[in-house]
Structure formats: C-alpha cells, structure tokens
Design a protein around this ligand. Sequence first.
Ligand code: S3P
Length: 435
Amino acid sequence: MAKKKILPAHEVSGAISIPGDKSISHRLAILAALAEGPSEIAHYSSAEDCARTLECLRRMGVVIDRQQDLVRIGGVGLTGLRRSRRKLDAGNSGTTMRMLAGLLAGQNFDSTLTGDESLRRRPMRRVIVPLEQMGAKIAARERQFAPLEISGAVLKPIEYTLPKPSAQVKSAILLAGMFAAGETALVEPVRTRDHTEIALAEFGASIASNGKAVRLMGRPRLTGRQTSVPGDISSAIFFLGAALVLPGSELFIGGVGLNPTRAAVLDFLVQMGAPVRIVNVQMQNGELVGDLSIRHALLEGGTICGASVAQMIDELPMLAALGPYTERGIEIRDAGELRVKESDRIAALAENLRRMGAQVEELPDGLRVAGRAATGRTVPLRGAEIIDPRGDHRIAMACTVAALGAEGESVLQDPGCIAVSFPEFFATLEAVLKR
Ligand code: S3P
C-alpha cells in the first residue's frame, strides 16, 4: 500500500472495539517470559511493536505460541533466558528497546539491541545512565544511540529520581531491579503510566507505589498467569477524534483501558465540551476497563501543558489535529518530548496541518493550532495532495482523521506505517464511516 486516498466523510456511527493496549501487552509478555510456569495473554495487541517484543523473547529461548490475539508464553523463570545468537531487533519500538535494555543488563550473557532507522536516532542515554549506576555495561553508538551492546553484569539496586517523566525509563530500571539483590527505589516528580508496577504486582513481585515513589524488591519469584489486555485508549483516541470532527457522529467503543495514568485525555475532551460517557467500568488484572460512547459536538478548544503532557503524550497528535475544528484552537506546551518520538511530531504536525490549510505556530516545545474563531471558516481544512507522516503511525492516523472533515480529497503517503500500533485502523474506520 504505497499511498491511500482519504475522502471527506459525513459521520462515524456504530460500535467498535479496539485491539489490546500496546504498553500493557509489552509488559505482560516480558513478565510472563520471566515467570515460572505458563501464562496466557488474551487480547494481546496486534501492533507490530508488540510482535517485536515477542520475537526478541523467542530469540532468548522463550517458547511462545500465538493464535491471533491469544498469546501463550512458557515462562523460563527469572534466570532462564539464554543468549541470542543474533542481534535483538526492536524495529520501530522504543518501548521494546528501552525495557529490554533493563532486562538484559542483569543477565549472565551479552546481547545487542538494534532497531530501524527511526529508533536508531532516538535518545537512549536516558536508560543508559541509570542502568550504569546499577552496574550495567552498555556500549552505544556515540554513547547515546542504538545499537546497544549490553554485557551481562551483576547489578546493585539504586535510588533514582527520574529527571524527565518517562514510563519507559521507569520500566527499564524496574526490570533491571528484578536482577539486583535488595530494594530498587524510584521517584517520579511527574506521574507516568504505571502498567509495569501493576503487572509486576499481578505476577507476584513485591512492589509498592504511592504515585510518587515506587519500591521493588529484587529477585522476585513470578508465577505464570492468565491475563487479558484492555483496548488501547491511545488507539481509541483516533475514533473519538473522528466523532468530534464529523457532525452527526455517534460511536460506542467497548472495553477500553481507563487506567487513570492514561485516561487524562478523556477529562480534557469533556472539559472542552465533548459528550463522552463512560459505563461498565470494572477492574481486570489490576487495570481499569470500561466502555466509551461519544457524540459529535463543537469543542471549545484548550491548552495542554505541565504535568498533563506526560499523561496524554501519545494522544497529543490527535488533539493537535482537532485544533482547526475547535472554536478557539488547541495549544500544546511543555511537550518537547514530542520531538524525539517516532518522528519529530511537532514538526510533522505543523507541516501536514498547514498543508491542509490550518494556521499553525510551531513552538520549541509544542504548537498552537488556530480554531474556527481565528480562521472564520465553516469547513476548517481543505484536502492535501500530500500528507507525509514521516513514517510515524500516530501522525498518519491523526492527519487521516483531520482529512475526513476537510473539503476535497487528501493523499496519505506510507499508510503502512500505521501497523506499528494499529494495523486494523482503516478496516475499523471503514466499518463506521458514512460518506
Ligand atoms: C510508553 C511510554 C511513553 C509513550 C510510548 C509508550 C510505554 O513513552 O510515549 O508510546 O509503553 O511505557 P515515554 O515513557 O518515553 O514517555
């Protein structure tokens, strides 16, 4: 699929479900591999990223059987991983690379972790620094980029304050902490997603967290389990976005993960006037899950800054692309992190939204996207002959949704990149789209 035509649409209506959460799937797979006894993970993410994690674990001797979204993992125990003869390839997945860096640091064998072009340009010092403090031996290109050559070492626990909010760094330290004797302690000045903490507790590790500090006892004994992954709210956001772009829309999205460290985007949408309803909330393997429904409404617009940035980090592309459809526009600040994601998301959003006629001001740490009040347009965007997502799945989906409400058709380059997180995106969209 070299290019994809995006035609304007009237509404998205009906009921959909969303594949399993990407972040949770990575974590459950890794912990199941380290557990004693078999595990079953239902509704495992269909993302290419999560398949990368499974493939890396296989290369280290873990037996994995996958039937669509049901994954069975034969746990090898905490000390049962074996050296991979080949490099471990994380593809496009930052989570795979950073979490596995923590896992591999404490093994009694050496490993090389690599990734695709985009991942080999992303910052890795943020995991190398704390892992080295624990005694890890990691050689990196220019001391900061993958490939990472990790020599197995005996690790010691540390107390570490995260200099920047990052669940990936936190998780890397916790995974390394499992191989250190004693208590590893982490302080998070800004709270980030806590799926690793929840999954560690579910598998039987001794871990305590109060939302600011996490303490993990090393050398835990994990036990294989049956678990199920909630739908990915960071994928659901594109459908919430489509409903807010297209008048007449009415959507129901079943079984979405609502972990409070991930669901801030729903509060933000409601604050802007979106009629989002949450029902059937329940706890599933330590994670909150519920059904969402949404109707179209004209949004007021708003600003995202400070601590909430970390909690909506993956939803920011869709929120920015909603900007032209809101009354007062969307402003994002304190989000310099967006520049080191799968692409420079600030530059990619500014470029593509401008191609559709949006008024965008690019800031060093965010962007301002003007709303209807400033542009005075009834149809805020026009189709763009080229939408270039720069190989970034979330830019591709956010711009596709923006293009659905535009006047005239758009052409999305490289739609295949969407499979990194949501291979079913277009099929799901087709099922609810009315033209
Ligand atoms: C993730 C954490 C976030 C997020 C990424 C997935 C995770 O990254 O952007 O898509 O699964 O831990 P950072 O921890 O680098 O902010």
